[in-house]
Design a protein around this ligand. Structure first.
Ligand SMILES: CC(=O)N[C@H]1[C@@H](OP(=O)(O)O)O[C@H](CO)[C@@H](O)[C@@H]1O
Ligand SMILES: [Mg+2]
Length: 548
């Protein structure tokens, strides 16, 4: 593109999407995320970057999702999706951060530098898919994103309101047409179609009940399930709550993050004793289950439970199909409940890898297995199957003995229900429902697999959260000096005690995690560690207090 026309682009940027704040913003665990009114120039610039990225990838499609996931309504964010539907390559996060923070005056020269640095051929075509969540600030930001794409002569395609995983799926399909059709309808056809297929092969038995309550977090996931619901026939009877009507506010006292962190039932959902409820987050990429018993006690089935359920069913099918040479493994983070890790290694006898927080790390580690199941405890995860594994299973489904064929065919449906690009609440919900149905399980019986260790998460506000450094998949703290020694001293007296701290990548806080043999102990240990963080890492505001 000749420099004169680029000049017009930057003049337009200054005029239409000026940088109005000097607050430094970083491409974090899940892209840029902050107050929506600070983001317009960032999103416009990510439109520019998406075009450059598409050209570096020979014109393959890149995705842009406007969302702040489980954050409250005033926040928003943007994340980029790479051509295979995975998160943006990590080495580009620093480039994204640089471009987002330069002054309007330096935007032109910095963009030129980046084009040179990544060796982008700006004469190539570029394609960018743009999706957004239901926040009222999203349409304006999506328009800024499209303006950025057009500015560098890329072609934007706007998907309107979609879940984050739907956008990942569409990007993958656009670049690999064997995966499916790159539209919302194509997503329903593949994922919901495979669920209906598998359910016709399984009979409803035992304690499984086809009624499922859903907490939609007043976000996009519930809205999409409302569309899907009509096509499910009698296979699954969805009762949907928190669909965004009746004044329900996005993620406010509801949704997967609220349920997981507070260990409380969300508002806006009717409850019946022992009725299982699936709770989604605001952009439909996280899922947890829970039920209340007859005394209204909360029983949570989180990402660790979903991972173990899926891994054990896949193992069962792989064994029944007699597929040889398929190595299944599970990936977790330090937030995984210690009891789940023990159950996976000792009972399921499946290897476990522990990685840093953030789906990109889990996804990456899962790639080293033939079948990799990865979940964050908060319910974000999926299963990925290598080409080798798929090929072996397909062959058995066609050529195996009848019993082997049957198992392999079920496994192929299971693969098709899975959104392999990224954690997906809707796809995961259909996977969980498949396993519960196949095994005749109620939520209460599902919970019996193992007993979670009581745990607690707290947040501490400090002057600079990056003063905290960690190692060993975030389980050990290397700075500030002395903090890890203090944590070790605090943990020592507790039976089954474990605690770690790390700076959040999405909020300006330090997160504290603790588990122990009783809830009282976990709460106390978390508070003690929070105090240590406050004292030794520059706490601001009120010092955390111990539970009374
Ligand atoms: C403890 C926790 O749940 N952390 C979440 C949260 O990251 P933080 O870096 O902890 O803020 O948001 C991420 C993006 O959704 C998610 O990947 C991660 O698991
Ligand atoms: Mg999310």
């Amino acid at each position: 593109m000749p420099p004169s026309s680029l000049r017009v682009v930057y003049a337009f940027a200054r005029e239409m999407h000026p940088k109005t704040s000097d607050v430094f913003i970083e491409y974090g665990t899940a892209g840029f995320r902050t107050k929506a009114n600070l983001l317009e120039h960032v999103v416009y610039r990510m439109g520019l970057l998406a075009v450059i990225r598409s050209r570096v990838k020979n014109g393959r499609t890149i995705g842009m999702m406007i969302t702040a996931s489980h954050n409250l309504e005033p926040d928003n964010g943007v994340k980029l999706v790479d051509p295979d539907g995975e998160m943006l390559e990590q080495s580009w996060e620093e480039i994204a951060t640089r471009l987002a923070n330069v002054s309007d005056n330096d935007l032109e020269s910095t963009t030129a530098e980046i084009i040179k640095q990544v060796n982008a051929d700006m004469s190539l075509k570029a394609s960018v898919f743009i999706g957004m969540d239901t926040r009222y600030t999203s349409p304006r930001l999506a328009a800024a994103a499209a303006n950025g794409v057009i500015a560098l002569k890329g072609t934007p395609k706007e998907f309107g309101i979609v879940t984050t995983p739907m956008l990942h799926y569409c990007v993958k399909c656009r670049n690999d047409n064997t995966y499916g059709t790159p539209t919302e309808e194509g997503y329903y056809e593949k994922i919901v179609g495979a669920f209906k297929n598998i359910r016709q092969k399984l009979s409803v038995w035992g304690d499984y009940d086809t009624t499922l309550y859903v907490d939609g977090a007043n976000g996009v996931g519930g809205k999409k399930l409302n569309i899907i619901k009509k096509s499910l026939g009698g296979e699954l009877d969805l009762k949907l709550y928190n669909l965004g009507g009746n004044g329900g506010k996005l993620n406010l006292n509801c949704g997967a993050d609220f349920v997981k962190v507070s260990q409380k039932a969300p508002v806006g959902v009717e409850h019946a004793p022992f009725q299982r409820v699936a709770s989604l987050d605001g952009d439909g990429d996280r899922l947890v289950y829970y039920y209340l018993n007859d005394t209204d006690k909360m029983n949570l089935l989180d990402g660790d439970r979903i991972a173990t359920l899926l891994a054990s069913y896949i193992t069962e099918l792989v064994t029944a199909s007699e597929a040889q040479d398929i190595r299944l493994g599970l990936v977790q983070t330090a937030y995984a409940n210690g009891a789940s890790t023990a159950y996976i290694t000792k009972h399921l006898k499946v290897p476990v890898t522990c990685v840093k927080t953030g789906v990109k790390h889990l996804h990456h580690a899962a790639l080293s297995y033939d079948i990799g199941v990865y979940f964050e405890a908060n319910g974000h995860g999926t299963v990925i199957y290598s080409d080798k594994a798929k090929k072996i299973i397909r062959k058995i489904a066609q050529e195996g003995e009848p019993e082997q064929r049957k198992a392999a065919q079920l496994l192929l449906d299971f693969v098709d229900i899975t959104n392999e690009t990224v954690g997906d609440a809707i796809s995961d919900l259909f996977l969980v429902e498949t396993v519960l149905c196949a095994r005749g399980l109620s939520a209460a019986r599902w919970l019996k697999a193992y007993d979670d260790l009581p745990c607690r998460q707290l947040k501490v506000t400090v002057k600079d959260r990056n003063a905290i450094s960690t190692t060993d998949a975030e389980r050990q703290c290397t700075a500030p000096e002395g903090l890890q020694t203090r944590i070790n001293e605090l943990v020592a007296p507790y039976k089954h005690g474990r605690s770690f701290v790390r700076p959040s990548g999405t909020e300006d806080v330090v997160r504290v995690y603790a588990e122990a043999d009783t809830q009282e102990s976990a709460d106390k240990l978390a508070a003690e560690v929070a105090q240590a963080v406050f004292d030794q890492a520059g706490g601001v505001g009120d010092r955390p207090t111990l539970p009374v």
